[in-house]
Design a protein around this ligand. Structure first.
Ligand SMILES: *Cc1c(COP(=O)(O)O)cnc(C)c1O
Length: 390
């Protein structure tokens, strides 16, 4: 492995993000709109940069969690529609309207407030490129079909009268989110689809027929649950190259071919030769059984290496998986380099990615940490440099 240009950094492949987006588009076909999810700084791949890649691929929508994330994309020049998925608080309304973001509404009470707010002039108009355009506030309404988190549980009749009662805001999409899409041992996803369809049909019977209906993130896309695609999907994990495994004997295979777009590397700061019996790190939780060559890495849990990988995880050093020894500390991690004499201070090792035949992805590292790939990726901290490769 080469010399390290930073203490700790990720390399994001623009080409791979674009390939993953195209793979999703090809699988769902042209009748289905894509709203790729770039929340949480694009699962730490960098929301601005990832949004630019997706815009170049022709995406008309982006989805984020909150208004602040949407504003940041607008300020960076994003012109796609931006869906705000995790609710809007009163103090965020002006920014939502000024930046022409599209909220997901989760309760009929909020819908009334939003409708009133969108009829008022902005108290603090921001100068954005879009502010000059004529604009009617469109919203998507989330149905709680069984996840038991955000979303209205009201009947179709109650929803219909709230939607019809709006003077300014227009219903553009109906959506829901699944609780256990990968679990084919349960019928929960089918029940959620049935409930969503019942509400959707009930609204249509009352003359409410919004342009978009969407239920699916990566898992129902990848495993081909076509009755959950409708005419829009919200892929997140897939854009970054991941599809979670299913549960259940009768689960279908994934139809989506994507690959991780991110490699995570760090520098060796120092090498330490220790004798048999020496203890390593906080708490002395590791004790050498023979003389060892220990590498001290320039990254710890403050960079996002899960503390639970103490004495458990692996990193790739000179194309070989080597164990983490001792406790992960805030800024440093110790590894066993006894079998890798060729690496020394200033050389790089790989936390996530590939070197020759050796590879480790976020699902493998997360499994060792007792966590999930989503959490591991989102945990890569702001202090880790980001490098973009073509
Ligand atoms: C995060 C999120 C997604 C994306 O899910 P993935 O499994 O990463 O594809 C889709 N929809 C909603 C509502 C989300 O919050």
């Amino acid at each position: 492995m080469s010399r390290a240009p930073h203490r700790c950094w990720i390399e994001v492949s623009r080409r791979q993000i674009a390939c993953n987006f195209r793979a999703v588009r090809e699988l769902v076909g042209t009748g289905v709109e894509l709203a790729p999810v770039v929340k949480a700084d694009a699962y730490r791949h960098g929301a601005v940069e990832v949004s630019r890649i997706l815009a170049a691929e022709g995406t008309r929508w982006l989805a984020v969690s909150n208004v602040e994330e949407g504003v940041a994309l607008r300020q960076a020049g994003a012109t796609a529609r931006i869906l705000i998925m995790a609710d809007v608080l009163p103090f965020e309304l002006d920014a939502l309207l000024a930046c022409q973001l599209t909220p997901v509404i989760h309760s009929l009470g909020h819908l009334r407030e939003l409708d009133e707010a969108s009829g008022r002039p902005l108290s603090n108009p921001r100068k954005t490129e879009l502010a000059a355009r004529p604009f009617a506030l469109h919203y998507h309404l989330k149905i709680d079909s069984g996840l038991g988190r955000l979303g209205t549980q009201s009947s179709a009749a109650t929803i219909a009268s709230a939607v019809e009662g709006c003077r300014h805001a227009k219903l553009e999409g109906l959506m829901t989110h699944f609780a256990s899409a990968a679990d084919y041992t349960k019928s929960q996803t089918d029940e959620q689809i049935r409930y969503f369809n019942m509400i959707s049909d009930g609204l249509r019977e009352r003359g409410i027929d919004p342009p978009y209906r969407h239920l699916s993130g990566t898992i129902p896309i990848a495993y081909g649950r076509r009755d959950a695609w409708r005419n829009m999907v919200r892929p997140g994990h897939a854009i970054y190259g991941y599809v979670s495994p299913t549960r259940g004997e009768h689960a279908p295979p994934s139809q989506l071919t994507v690959a991780p777009a991110l490699q995570w590397r760090t520098a060796i700061l120092d090498i330490k030769h220790v004798e048999r019996g020496a203890r390593i790190g906080y708490g002395g939780t590791f004790q050498a059984k023979q003389p060892m060559r220990i590498g001290v890495l320039a990254a710890g849990y403050a960079d996002g290496i899960p503390h639970s990988l103490s004495n458990k995880g692996h990193v790739i050093a000179a194309e070989k998986l080597v164990p983490i020894v001792g406790a992960i500390s805030m800024d440093l991690t110790t590894i066993d380099l006894t079998s890798v004499p060729q690496l020394g201070p200033g050389d790089a090792v790989t936390l996530l990615g590939r070197e020759g035949e050796a590879s480790q992805d976020a699902q493998q590292m997360a499994r060792a940490a007792g966590s999930i790939s989503y959490s591991l990726l989102c945990g890569i901290s702001a202090r880790v440099h980001r490098v973009y490769l073509d």
